[in-house]
Ligand binder design. Structure first.
Ligand code: ADP
Length: 388
């Protein structure tokens, strides 16, 4: 009895052993597959968060560069790569290899030394001119140990350009105002100093004062028009305008001015309807006709023409047979305060703003403006407008 019992017990133990092994294997397998699922879930979560973070950084217009504690690149976003025209992998590279600008290395050093955010403006080398604002901040852990540095780059080029244009405009306006004002002051002082007692001299001086006051008035009017157009406050009252009738009406007003230079005005405008603000269109044509009479040939001809182009636009032109414009002048003539001959323009009461106003007004109608000219061969100013 004892032996079978012992054998039975061994078999039972073996069965128990194998049962436990099988159970253990199952439990381990289950545990492994569960933890694999858990870790792959965690990995997926981490990857998703990383992708979301990358998408967030890549959607920023500011360039971002993250350095590790040894000042090697850990991360850059898309805007940074574009700003610095970086190609290839930057991760792991030294800072200077990534930006090639010692100034940025110095900013990082200052951020490390001073432990605060450092802001700095810098101009990138080369052309065209580009400006960046760099902000550098140190990343630390709770024990204030430095883990890395983050640099944010903001493109200041547009702001700098606008600032430059504004400064140039203010300088030009001040200069333009100063000349007639100093004439007015000078002649008034001379009159008060005794010239008023000589009626002939006094009349001449008073006429000069009046002429300069008129120049100031014209300048201020043109400046107000420009500021009105640029601020977007101009509301166009768009209507169907019969261009030929408008031009004929304007010729009547220009009769005296053209006559004083013996200039003949002619219209070759067919019966055409344009979609425009009649008052503003008159301002455009008036500036162009005024210039053609002023700068064209004494005793010459000024012709206004028009034709339909591309079916839905009308091209209008004002041409003269005067001295014309050089290629350089043609390229710059629509700039504010640009004049080929400053003295001549001033003498004729010009402000240097007429063509700039023409350009703005034509563009606000959805058209474009240009000049065709060669020195000694007259000038043809053209613009387009939508057909009505
Ligand atoms: P301004 O008040 O001086 O006339 P504009 O902006 O109207 O200013 O014109 C700018 C400059 O372009 C003028 O000073 C002149 O030198 C030149 N210009 C304009 N129209 C003509 C033209 N028809 N022929 C030759 N030069 C012209």
């Amino acid at each position: 009895m004892t032996l079978p019992l012992i054998i039975l017990a061994i078999v039972a133990l073996l069965a128990l052993h194998f049962w436990w092994r099988a159970k253990l294997r199952r439990v381990r397998e289950e545990w492994q597959s569960e933890s694999a699922a858990r870790s792959s879930r965690e990995q997926a979560d981490v990857a998703e968060a990383g992708a979301r973070q990358d998408a967030l950084f890549d959607s920023m217009i500011e360039g971002v560069l993250v350095l590790d504690e040894t000042d090697r690149v850990e991360f850059v976003n898309r805007a940074f790569a574009q700003m610095f025209a970086s190609v290839g992998v930057l991760r792991g590279k030294a800072l200077l290899e990534a930006v090639r600008l010692h100034e940025i290395g110095e900013i990082v050093q200052r951020a490390h030394a001073e432990g605060r955010v450092i802001d700095h403006e810098l101009r990138l080398p080369g052309e065209p001119e580009r400006w960046l604002q760099v902000s550098a901040a140190v990343i630390t852990n709770v024990e204030r140990r430095r883990l890395g540095t983050i640099l944010v780059f903001h493109d200041l080029t547009r702001i700098k350009k606008l600032e430059g244009t504004r400064q140039e405009f203010v300088a030009n306006v001040s200069h333009e105002l100063r000349t007639p004002l100093s004439h007015i002051k000078g002649y008034a002082e001379t009159l008060l100093g005794g010239a008023k007692d000589n009626p002939e001299v006094a009349t001449r001086f008073l006429q000069t004062i009046e002429r300069n006051a008129e120049r100031l008035r014209l300048l201020i009017e043109d400046l107000l028009t420009i500021s009105e157009i640029e601020s977007g406050r101009v509301r166009l009252d768009l209507q169907s305008v019969a261009l030929n009738e408008l031009v004929d009406g304007m010729f009547a007003d220009f009769h005296g001015r053209a006559g004083s230079r013996d200039v003949k005005l002619a219209s070759e405008v067919p019966e055409l309807l344009v979609r425009a603000d009649a008052g503003r269109l008159e301002q455009v044509l008036s500036n162009l006709l005024d210039n053609a009479v002023k700068y064209g040939k004494q005793g010459g001809n000024v012709v206004v023409g028009a034709k339909t182009i591309d079916g839905n636009m009308v091209e209008v032109s004002v041409r003269d047979d005067g001295p014309g414009l050089s290629a350089e002048a043609c390229a710059r003539v629509f700039e504010r305060f640009y004049r080929v001959d400053k003295a001549r323009s001033r003498e004729q009461g010009g402000t240097g703003l007429g063509l700039s106003i023409v350009k703005h007004l034509v563009q606000s109608h959805g058209g474009r403006v240009w000049v065709e000219s060669e020195l000694g061969r007259g000038a043809k100013f053209c613009f387009t407008l939508p057909a009505a």
